[in-house]
Design a protein around this ligand. Sequence first.
Ligand SMILES: Cc1ncc(COP(=O)(O)O)c(C=O)c1O
Length: 395
Amino acid sequence: MSISDRIRKSMAEGSWIRRMFEEGAVLKQRYGEENIFDLSLGNPVMEPPVEFKRELERLAEHPLPGMHRYMVNAGYAETRAAVAAQLSLETGIKFTLNDIVMTCGAAGAMNVVLRAILNPGDEVIVFAPYFVEYLHYIDNHNGVAKVLPTDEQFVPKLDVLEADIRAKTKAVIINSPNNPTGVVYSEDFIHRLGELLCQKETQYGAQIYIISDEPYRKIIYDGLKCPPVFHHHTQSIVVTSHSKDLVLPGERIGYIAVHPDCSQRNELVDGFIFCNRTLGYVNAPALMQHIVRHLQSVTVSIDEYQKKRDFLYGRLTEMGYSVVKPQGAFYMFPKSPLEDDVAFVAELQQWKVLTVPGSGFGTPGYFRLSYCVDDRTLEGCLAGFKKAAQKFNLG
Ligand SMILES: Cc1ncc(COP(=O)(O)O)c(C=O)c1O
């Protein structure tokens, strides 16, 4: 036996996204890449904004002394100060570099936070549909994931949450704009969530954190703004990255931001820094820290994503698919015309369209598609959706 029973079990349960990726690779080999319309991955086709290239060139031409050395585990002070300044601007709350820890992406940030706050058996609430890695991350650090439902608009049900918070509840993970639904939580919702958690903190005499996973915060449409969680709960921690807003997922650059008034903030941040080191990340990539320091107010073209959303949402709803209109991120989560979402996704595969079953996000009866793809793929997938719609009598 080479690997632990625990990991073998997790691998066997598997990730649907990975499974679809593997099946897609087989189809691409068989039919040619250009004949397969792959909407299964959240790996944007866009290039980073021009400002990124400019900074990269500037750094190559004028290297800083010692720029590839080890650093403090929290990351460069200048970068943390730049992140804090941008957050202060966006929220009106005064952040300093002491509230920020640079991390290896949002995924690294989430693992660091969970590692630092969880005692074995502590519960972490997640809402379905969820980003499937949350369950693994919680398990990594001996927490227990408690999955709660959302309503028909994919907004968490606060009455259910209220009934399910217990003394062991350590944190609630939210993700807005959301993967897989594209939903953006309203200010009113976040306010009510904050009030509820405050009330429960008083009841149990303990902190209950909101961990707000925000890699899509800046990818938001129709002039909407993403309401800052910091306005509504003092025990709030944002984990995020530049994987999506600067299109740098392979570069692994992100950060943790803690509410400046969070109780025992210094100990919390010290815990994050310790865990960044001892989980083996050590620090966020140096080169990227030097670059994103100058790009805090830069974002990839949102208009392009919005055009893609409008195109696909328009065509799918015309065909009769039932879809909650995404307000951000670059995913849609339509209702599956078949009760069995896995069977429907297999059906779409017959028409050379790759998507992911909702079961992979804890919500059977739906499927997810990513529209961060080129226009050829977006246009090409329509024939398959149309055939499936006709077969199942939509519209
Ligand atoms: C909701 C959500 N959280 C976290 C991540 C991880 O992002 P990162 O590349 O910054 O680790 C992703 C990536 O797709 C995501 O969709």
